[in-house]
Design a protein around this ligand. Sequence first.
Ligand SMILES: C[S@@+](CC[C@H](N)C(=O)[O-])C[C@H]1O[C@@H](n2cnc3c(N)ncnc32)[C@H](O)[C@@H]1O
Length: 351
Amino acid sequence: MMDARTKELIALGASVAANCHPCVRHHMGRAREMDIDRAEIQQALQVGRMVRKGAADQMDELIAEQHSGCCGTGGATCSETSEAEKVRETVRKGYGQIAQGQSGCCGAPPERLAEAIGYTSDELAALPEGANMGLSCGNPTALAGLQPGQTVLDLGSGGGFDVFVAAAKVGPTGRSIGVDMTADMVAKARAGLSEFSKKTGLANVEFRLGEIEHLPAADASVDIVISNCVINLSPDKPQVWREIARVLKPGGKACVSDLALKKPLPEKIRQSVAALISCVGGAVLIDETLRMARQAGLHDVTVNEKAYDIDVIAECNDELYRQVKESLPASVKLSDYVASVDVTARKAPAC
Ligand SMILES: C[S@@+](CC[C@H](N)C(=O)[O-])C[C@H]1O[C@@H](n2cnc3c(N)ncnc32)[C@H](O)[C@@H]1O
């Protein structure tokens, strides 16, 4: 059984270790009242300081370890993060220039490309000027079978093309939201809002600045996620699929048009900035897309290769595609490697 004096000395040491000044004052007073020997008090204080220093040292070591793993001193986590950030920055810069009209992704009139991939002339007529930038590779709004009243989220909305098309389909009781990480793209899309409202009488559209790897949308808040030629640009595609699964309501659906690989690209193309920006360099194998969507917890995942081939887009005489094509041997076509695909997936309904 511990006597009261020993208990008081332990309490004093623990107060020092915890760096609790009022506790130290209290137990010091009690020790004096109990007439405990000065040398014993000093010893308790010393033990307390040692414990505190040991804990602080350990904490410093832990912090140093974590830093060496994420801030440039050679740890794996750090180099992965900065590599991903570099890719995002390259993509943001490329699409910033496209938004400002300094560079284009397709030399053909955007309407011609849109009609080739299935948009109707009525859909195109309702669009505000400049929303269709000729950056698409599919028609996810058709795939989605949108219904009045639904909430739609478009990942990588660019000039707002599919967001406006979807808004007309979900009508005044629905909502159509675009997310894009390039400020100039969001500004361009927002510039079309009033023209769209005048043409259609709708005020159900909004554009949010953000990354598709960290969607600015609440959990289970969206009926349909769409995306058109964007996920290939992400340096962290599994995270994009997890975000899709997070924001979808139970029973909700993802409809994604994108480019996918039929076989691995030559290294020279994988490293090319032109290939990345033109949605080829970052594309992944069809099987990988199936795996990522399933691992994110989505069901009924399908990937369909589209009837028209990627050479239709590449033939647009576009500078970026020209650079990509030039890095392939003359006998090889882009469509030998790349296909335009439609991906659909569902979040399980609530029990
Ligand atoms: C090929 S364009 C497609 C634009 C639009 N979906 C269309 O069909 O017109 C790609 C768009 O995705 C955006 N983007 C690329 N990576 C992104 C990311 N990680 N997060 C958010 N937006 C991204 C770009 O800024 C660009 O506006």
